[in-house]
Ligand binder design. Structure first.
Ligand code: ACM
Ligand code: ZN
Length: 733
């Protein structure tokens, strides 16, 4: 009784406190940032900087949202995507459609009622609402794929309609039905039990009969795939893993994979017969990442040129088992032989924990997902104008004073956190098990405001500057004329070299051109350095030469003291590149200039041109992030269309091409789930660009092979953009 009284009092208090407005524009920016309870009653907008985008991105503390009286018939895609603090929402009484992923991962939601007039619930609309305990569906909405997947806490499902709403068979994927009390109108349980989409929830499970069609499901596409004569190998068997020496790590992956795909199905029938998964090494394959995979009546044999090759064979095996992903595992795999090897050496994703911090556990979780598609490098952008995110023992002030700020453009939220060196060691070790290297980046001379904020003597005139809370480029640079700059960078890189065993270190180097470089013109230390170096020009080329001097000194230290290969973002004014360095071609429209410079300077080059590889850009008009600093669109097709050799021929590919990289700058990515949304499915396209040989690539074939990969992502509760031709529900929206 006491609890009930308390609850009533709480609800009343909540009602009294909730701020009531027609639309979001009636609130000041700080009111949006402070709001914990809101009631909106007006006509709600759904496009651009809509009421929903503002609720999601600006009201970061929102716990209760009442839209019951709002004039709103459609809740757009991604409307309140990954709002972890949202505990309660009253949906508009007149609501008709709920967009795809509209409440994805609203993990604190406890109860939800879908009003009677709702006609459709988009795919994954409430997926990963892992705290949702009670769900009531008043009417008969069409429930899309994975609409209510992974509701792990669901205990009560109330269905008011006597006629079962039309539901996708995956609508309630990942729910333990033994934990859920289901209430349906009298006498309609029989109908529900028989209805498509509901049968599973009511206990009827049909086993998969699918025989995997490898040509339709593998991504990236292998170099060679040949079917062999024989009756397909049924997979529901007692699998034994046999492995040659030095494959303990891969054996662990093999057992995990079999447990998840084959034995992880709660309703799997008893296995029939035995099968062997045999793993071996053979250096004669000529490349550590190359592998062969054979399926016959005994089972599966994978041979790798190195451990990485065996691992990639296992990732291919996992996709064969997954098949079309209508269920978690297919019934049988045809006899076949695959011979595979990568086209490019390094296939990378870059994560930016500066603009938005990525909690350590989320960062770790990102690695196994990359590795599924044979991506092999994680580039960590550890410092920028907005934050310093890595512990440096020589300078504890950096993380103490520059890892927390309020604000990222119009989002007035607190963003705080950094990684300890022990955490980074743990990440490196985990990534190594997935054959992913971790490459740290420390920016210089630009994008260093967070460090300059802590140590003003790092910049000219020891200017004091606040941490940046907006996107864009600052005019404050490290001073190349001050010895403290070299002492600072030397200590930072020395500690990084001990933590990150990767042979590469990224030095930034982007966007430190004019006018920012003008900060060096009036600095007495910079002037003295120019005199010392005999630089006499005054046509603005002199500051670029100072930048070259700064880079050369640091590159020399990295090479001679730490044995590291330096990398940097290429700028066309950066005329001379030290041979053997790796440059990144990133600027829209300037790829050819970057490639020519790499060839002329005998450098390696990473292809990440904005028009193909900037995955933080929206994937289609109106896709997240709906509000940004003027980003163009990078469509899935544009990512797929990248030619890693840029038409430069085999000699370039052999001598200069380093790999391909996708960037995930996080100015507009404000939750871990949204990193995945931006990355996928484009990262899969990029993986095929970097791994698969041109002869086996085709856009239409890729789209077909992508569909099961996307279904599998959704089945595993991972968010991804569905704004591409051929995706479920894309045409309708
Ligand atoms: C960059 O996008 N500034 C490398
Ligand atoms: Zn200076």
């Amino acid at each position: 009784m006491k609890r009930l009284t308390f609850l009533v009092a709480f609800l009343l208090a909540a009602q009294v406190c909730a701020q009531e407005v027609g639309r979001m524009d009636e609130l000041q920016p700080q009111q949006k940032a402070d709001a914990t309870e809101l009631k909106l009653t007006g006509e709600l907008s759904t496009k651009g900087n809509s009421d929903f985008r503002q609720l999601r991105d600006l009201c970061w503390q929102l716990r209760r949202l009442d839209l019951g009286e709002a004039r709103c018939t459609d809740i757009p895609d991604n409307a309140l995507h990954s709002r972890h603090r949202l505990e309660a929402v009253v949906l508009p009484r007149k609501l008709r459609t709920i967009g795809s992923q509209a409440f994805f991962a609203c993990s604190s939601l406890r109860e939800l009622t879908l009003p009677e007039k709702v006609e459709s619930v988009g795919s994954a609309a409430f997926s990963m609402c892992t705290g949702l305990e009670q769900l009531t569906i008043e009417g008969t909405p069409r429930l899309g794929d994975f609409a209510f997947a992974h509701l792990r806490s669901l205990r009560r499902l109330t269905l008011r309609s006597a006629v079962p709403p039309p539901a996708s068979p995956t609508a309630f994927e990942g729910i333990d039905r033994t934990q859920v009390e289901i209430e349906v109108p009298r006498d309609s349980e029989r109908l529900y039990r028989k209805a498509e989409g509901w049968a599973r929830l009511f206990g009827h499970v049909a086993a998969s009969e699918e025989v995997c069609q490898p040509e339709r499901v593998l991504v990236p596409m292998p170099a060679r795939l040949e079917r062999c004569e024989g009756e397909a190998l049924t997979v529901n068997r007692r699998w034994e893993v046999e492995a040659g020496p030095d494959l303990a790590n891969e054996t662990g992956h093999a057992m995990r994979l079999i447990a998840k795909r084959i034995f992880g199905q709660t309703d799997a029938p008893k296995p029939k017969g035995r099968a062997v998964l045999r793993l071996d090494l053979d250096a004669a394959l000529g490349h550590p990442e190359a592998y062969t995979l054979e399926v016959d009546k005994e089972g599966v044999r994978i041979v790798g040129g190195g451990q990485a090759g065996v691992f990639y064979g296992l990732m291919t095996f996992d996709q064969l088992l997954r098949g079309e992903a209508e269920t978690r595992c297919c019934a049988a795999i045809p006899w076949l032989r695959i011979e595979d090897r990568p086209r490019t050496e390094v296939r990378e994703l870059m994560v930016d924990p500066c603009r938005t911090f990525v909690p350590f556990d989320e960062l770790k979780a990102f690695v196994p997902e990359m590795a599924r598609y044979k991506l092999n490098s994680l580039h960590l952008h550890l410092v920028d104008d907005q934050a310093w995110r890595i512990e440096i023992k020589a300078y504890p002030e950096l993380t103490a004073q520059a890892s927390k700020r309020v604000g990222m453009d119009d989002m007035l939220r607190v963003d705080s956190g950094y990684y300890t060196q022990d955490q980074m060691r743990e990440l490196v070790e985990l990534a190594a098990r997935y054959h992913v290297q971790v490459v740290p980046e420390i920016e210089m001379p630009g994008h260093e405001v967070a460090a300059i904020h802590v140590f003003p003597q790092l910049t000219c005139h020891a200017k004091e500057v606040p941490i940046r809370t907006t996107c864009g480029v600052s005019d404050e640079l490290l001073c190349p004329g001050s010895e403290f700059t070299y002492e600072f960078l030397g200590k930072v890189f020395r500690e990084l070299a001990e933590v990150f065993p990767s042979p590469y270190v990224h030095l930034g180097g982007d966007e430190a051109g004019n006018p920012a470089l003008d900060c060096w013109t009036s600095c007495p230390n910079c002037q003295a350095l120019k005199r010392q170096l005999g630089i006499t020009t005054t046509d603005r080329s002199e500051n670029w030469r100072l930048q070259e001097h700064l880079f050369n000194r640091v590159i020399d230290t990295l090479r001679t003291k730490h044995g590291k290969t330096p990398m940097f973002w290429y700028e066309t004014d950066f005329k001379r590149i030290q041979p053997g360095c790796v440059t990144f071609a990133w600027r829209h429209g300037l790829t050819r200039a970057a490639l020519d410079a790499a060839v002329a300077n005998d450098a390696k080059i990473m292809l990440c041109p904005g028009e193909h590889c900037y995955l933080d850009y929206p994937m289609a008009p109106g896709d997240m992030p709906e509000v940004n600093w003027g980003m163009p669109v990078t469509s899935l097709e544009a990512t797929y269309a990248l030619d890693p050799a840029w038409g430069m021929g085999e000699e370039f590919e052999r001598n200069n091409l380093f790999g391909v990289a996708g960037t995930l700058w996080s100015e507009c990515i404000n939750s871990p789930e949204r990193i995945y949304y931006q990355a996928y499915p484009r990262a899969i396209a990029l993986a095929e660009v970097g791994w698969s040989h041109a002869a086996v690539r085709s856009w239409k074939g890729f789209l077909q092979r992508l569909a099961p990969a996307v279904r599998d992502l959704q089945r595993r509760g991972i968010s991804c953009s569905l704004r591409y031709e051929g995706a479920e529900g894309f045409e309708q929206r």
